[in-house]
Design a protein around this ligand. Sequence first.
Ligand code: COA
Length: 261
Amino acid sequence: MSYSNISFEAGHDGVAIVTVNRPDKLNALNRDTMGELSDAFTRVRDHAAIRGLIVTGAGEKAFVAGADIKELAALSAAEAQQLSQRGQAIFRALETTPKPSVAAINGFALGGGLELAMSCTIRVAAPEAKFGQPEVKLGILPGYGGTQRLPRLVGRGRALDLLISGEMIDSAEAHRIGLVNYIAPRQELLAFSRAWLHKVMANGPQATALAMEAVDIGLDCGLDQGLRFEAAAFGLTAATEDRHEGTRAFLEKRKPAFAGK
Ligand code: COA
């Protein structure tokens, strides 16, 4: 698939960068852009050479300023529900990809933009970035997972505050409430995100994928079931060459070289 609303760059270091590229519309997510993001996320999941992903926005002002309001304005009820389900599926595919992803938030992360960022493994933001779920100001509510992921990340009270006031917060506040993991100067966002991915990619890939899956599953089920999954995953890692390599490297006082097997 060729892209006209995003760019896709796969580096030799195993890090892919997906940039939403409609800066004149503050990178708003129209139907075509969502289709291209879906294709890009599938590439990231399926290509073994890609081991980590950075998602960012083009231009000076925005990461992504939301779903495209022009398109939203014309939808019937059934079309709106379908649009929501499609967007949810695309972001869920990103979230459940067994490879780490970083949202490098260079400016406004509003509505669908914040929902995209929340579907990444972690979020790194420039100090001047702004965050919000302003949908209620348009008479609608978030449709790409905002009502579900925001409380999971920041807690019920803070999520409801953002979701029903529709107000924006700055990076410092987003960091304080745990919505953002790190703040880095705008010029260093990509380098910081890449360095974080390199740290994760130096670890056992199966172990990191299973840890991510354990958190995902555990947040959706009770403690007992979550613990059962953890124990099964722990058992699985014990059967890998990487477990052998990781523990032996420690005992031999050297760095491990994981093969992902
Ligand atoms: N959908 C479609 N177009 C959007 C958009 C969106 N979510 N967000 C911004 N744009 C467009 C604007 O319409 C404008 O296009 P134009 O030049 O053709 O008129 C362009 O992007 C620049 O935006 P503008 O509003 O002029 O920039 P600003 O600096 O004055 O304000 C924001 C920035 C982010 C505060 C403002 O654009 C905004 O509130 N956007 C909508 C945010 C939102 O409600 N998102 C949730 C959608 S469900």
